[in-house]
Ligand binder design. Structure first.
Ligand SMILES: Nc1ncnc2c1ncn2[C@@H]1O[C@H](COP(=O)(O)OP(=O)(O)OP(=O)(O)O)[C@@H](O)[C@H]1O
Length: 310
């Protein structure tokens, strides 16, 4: 059965300018119900700005934005969103529990929901301790608990693992995965490729304010690249580019990554050897998001430099 379900977030041509700085430059973004969507990009790429627009904290310079079928910042939309953008503000001398009580009262959320969210973020045993005694990971988890109080349909988390130690990161990732399994939709930003690959269903890659790719993470992992170590590498790259097209090959970490049907591996090898290239390694590898990311963002940089010169 095919059902068409309206996206929870629909962004088209979103642009945000700060004076001469273009923080977000024509971004298109679609988040579907029930998915964990990773908004991936290096620092300064425009992730926080986009998420702030989605939650109505700032307004866009131009573009169309629909969140949960309405405008960002609209009160009935806000009621259905839980977000953690920038460090959560809690009273340091109050316990985690009392901090949540205050927020719950303010939002008109029943008290029993507090126990549920504390359980969800695994803070029940420390709930009565002062917030100031919490580790960074616990503070961040309390932030997620606060975001979940209203039992939101859409959870928006800006760099939720930022600054956490490895154990804190692991706990947070597990928590996000759990959130994503219950039919809830999660939109998170991250600059960590592996993280997004581990916990997200789909990923949008942003660089210099522009969306450079959107991928289904599982499909991406199913693709394979051929990794070739050869000398001289630049000559090998030219030969492969002549054979398969320039887009099919790129140099990465002193190897060549080639997008080719694995059935053509032997043929490729023969071409290289006949051209006097010493091939020391030829293997297939899962096409890591990392390769795609670097390829795309590097191309983006190169294109920008060219534009600047022109
Ligand atoms: N209020 C502001 N005034 C001026 N420039 C801003 C403002 N907010 C963001 N910017 C600029 O917009 C660009 C994108 O910033 P943004 O914070 O959205 O990126 P990011 O991808 O979230 O990166 P980070 O993870 O480092 O926050 C940056 O060049 C930033 O300096």
């Amino acid at each position: 059965m095919t059902t068409t379900v309206a996206p929870l977030v629909e962004v088209t041509g979103l642009t945000k300018r700060y004076g001469d700085t273009i923080a977000v430059d024509g971004v298109d973004l679609t988040v579907r119900p029930g998915e964990v969507y990773g908004f991936l990009g290096p620092n300064g790429a425009g992730k926080t700005t986009t998420l702030r627009i989605l939650t109505g904290l700032i307004s866009p310079s131009s573009g169309q934005v629909r969140v949960l079928g309405g405008r960002p910042g609209q009160s009935d939309v806000l009621r259905r969103i839980g977000s953690l953008i920038e460090a959560p503000a809690f009273y340091p001398y109050l316990s985690g529990l009392d901090n949540l009580h205050l927020l719950a009262e303010y939002a008109g959320v029943p008290r029993r929901r507090i126990d549920e969210v504390l359980e969800l973020v695994d803070l029940t045993s420390r709930a009565r301790d002062r917030f100031s005694t919490y580790s960074l990971g616990m503070k961040q988890r309390l932030g997620v608990a606060a975001a979940l109080l209203k039992d939101p349909e859409l959870v928006i988390l800006d760099e939720p693992t930022n600054g956490l130690d490895p154990a804190g990161m692991r706990d947070m990732r597990q928590l996000i995965r759990e959130l994503g399994t219950g039919g809830r939709t999660v939109l998170l930003s991250s600059h960590l490729l592996g993280e997004v690959q581990q916990i997200c269903d789909r990923v949008g890659i942003i660089s210099h304010g522009r969306m450079v790719a959107e991928h289904d993470v599982r499909e991406l992992s199913a693709q394979q690249d051929l990794v070739i170590s050869a000398k001289p590498l630049d000559k090998a790259e030219r030969i492969i580019a002549d054979l398969l097209g320039a887009d099919a090959v790129h140099a990465y970490d002193r190897t060549l990554r080639v997008q080719v049907d694995p059935a053509r591996t032997a043929e490729l090898n023969r071409h290289l050897v006949e051209a006097g290239i010493a091939v020391s390694e030829l293997r297939t590898t899962e096409r890591a998001l990392e390769d795609v990311f670097f390829q795309l963002t590097q191309n983006d940089l190169i294109q920008e430099e060219k534009t600047d010169v022109g």
